[in-house]
Design a protein around this ligand. Structure first.
Ligand code: ADP
Length: 452
């Protein structure tokens, strides 16, 4: 087991990882920018190292400083959290070269999944169902038209190097295709320095369903069921559930089994998430994230298993603590991502939190790095906390969520809490009846009412 883990992240996830380390009796080092000197993860860690000024590229993305911090403090492993360097293959390689363990998969696996064309090809080879589309990159308009006609309109053009929902264009007709192909390529080139794009069938009303998987790096793979993350705004997840209101146990076992064997065949090590669009009973692979996800706590709530403990165990060579048959799904869990943003316009609202009171009671978990008097710096992501609620079934979970949202107080800044108070009273949400476009439509309707 590791002696000392360096946490290369900030905010709620830094604290999340720190808690797991403490439970396992592992010493912790956190790195932070000058803007985060007062952050909770800095206060609670055994040691902290300031690695640079506020901009992420000079601090949380500064590989040299982070490696130097490991050497100075004698950390033998790094947990990257999510975002920042968590899916940076070069970072994983550099740590390996310094004999420091990256708590995550190998650089090669990160590289494969970071290239969407390669990821899709690999998924297909491993028996995972994929969205019908081009076999690889498409550059010629003629070829694009031939492929689109073959799969049928509408189609979506996506950047191979894409991420964060950027570089995607939908074409509904052959006339649209030419412009869509050109725009997608130039946007991808500008945003990612790589203009390779590919074509897939555009699904009109899918749900976003993702499978939590784990590999032990020695040919064993398991799945921890799915999460439904269909409630999104601008391709960003807002509310996540486990299990999905749309799946039954049989479908779960089938797609879970496919994903677990894929991970095993790949020789994958650590946590991963295989993301699908789900429509009319069919799953279509879109990507694999080779890290812990923001929404992992809903899976922890229904399985009772600490996924960060598992990541640390696997990375240290101790293997997984569970076999597939040990993983049981109990009840239902929902996570709300609370952002420091205006609940209508979603413009960031940094500033000082004058009062912060979190709900409590059975089935409530709040993962947050903020506190009363904390000043939110304007440089980073606006997520200030996650409310995770567990109940014996979805109805109980929703009742408890409504109560917890009423108790939650964040004064001094604007947050997205009012949005969740609206959503929890909505009939479609109560029925679990929504797809990936539901939230955008709901918000657009609200804007019409507000403007009339
Ligand atoms: P990114 O890595 O940029 O987030 P993804 O491939 O994960 O890109 O897709 C992000 C979102 O875009 C999906 O959650 C879905 O809302 C939409 N999307 C992607 N591919 C398709 C598709 N073939 N049909 C319909 N919507 C899609």
């Amino acid at each position: 087991m590791f002696q000392k883990i360096l946490i290369a992240n900030r905010g709620e996830i830094a604290l999340r990882v720190l808690r797991a380390c403490k439970e396992l009796g592992i010493q912790t080092v956190v790195v932070h920018s000058t803007a985060d000197a007062d952050a909770m993860h800095v206060r609670l860690a055994d040691e902290s190292v300031c690695i640079g000024p506020p901009p992420s590229r000079d601090s949380y993305l500064n590989i040299h400083q982070i490696v130097a911090a490991c050497e100075i403090t004698g950390a033998d492993a790094v947990h990257p959290g999510y975002g920042f360097l968590s899916e940076n293959a070069k970072f994983a390689d550099i740590l390996a070269a310094h004999n420091i363990t990256f708590i995550g998969p190998s650089g090669d696996h990160i590289r494969i999944m970071g290239d969407k064309i390669e990821a899709k090809r690999t998924a297909k080879r491993l028996g995972i169902p994929v969205v019908p589309g081009s076999d690889g990159a498409v550059t010629e308009e003629k070829e694009a038209k031939r492929i689109a006609a073959g799969i049928g309109y509408p189609v979506i053009i996506k950047a191979s190097a894409g991420g964060g929902g950027r570089g995607m264009k939908v074409a509904r007709t052959e006339e649209d295709l030419e412009v869509a192909l050109q725009t997608a390529r130039s946007e991808a080139g500008a945003a990612f320095g790589d203009d390779a794009v590919y074509i897939e069938k555009y699904l009109e009303k899918p749900r976003h369903i993702e499978l939590q998987v784990f590999g032990d790096g020695a040919g064993r793979g398991v799945h921890f069921g799915e999460r439904d993350c269909s409630l999104q705004r601008r391709h960003q997840k807002v509310w996540e559930e486990a299990n999905s209101p749309a799946l039954n146990a049989e479908e779960r076992a089938r797609i879970g089994g496919i994903c677990a064997s894929a991970v095993a065949d790949l020789g994958y090590s650590g946590a991963g998430t295989i993301e699908f669009l789900y429509e009319n009973g069919e799953f279509y692979f879109i990507e694999m994230n080779t890290r812990l996800q923001v929404e992992h706590p809903v899976t922890e709530a229904i399985t009772g298993i600490d996924l960060v403990h598992e990541q640390i165990r696997v990375a240290s060579g101790g293997g997984l603590s569970v076999r597939q048959e040990d993983i049981k799904f109990n009840g239902h869990a929902i996570e709300c991502r609370i952002n420091a943003e205006d609940p209508r316009t979603f413009t960031p609202s940094p500033g000082t939190i004058t009062h912060f009171h979190t709900p409590g009671g059975l089935g409530i978990r709040v993962d947050s790095g903020v506190y009363s008097g904390y000043k939110i710096p304007p440089y980073y992501d606006s997520l200030i906390g996650k409310l995770i609620v567990h109940g014996r079934n979805r109805v109980e979970c929703m009742m408890r969520l409504r109560r917890a949202l009423d108790e939650f107080v964040v004064d001094g800044i604007k947050t997205t809490l009012p949005l969740f108070r609206d959503l929890v009273g909505n009939a479609d949400i109560a029925n679990g009846d929504y797809d990936i476009h539901w939230l955008e439509k709901y918000l657009a309707k609200g804007d019409e009412v507000a403007n009339s």
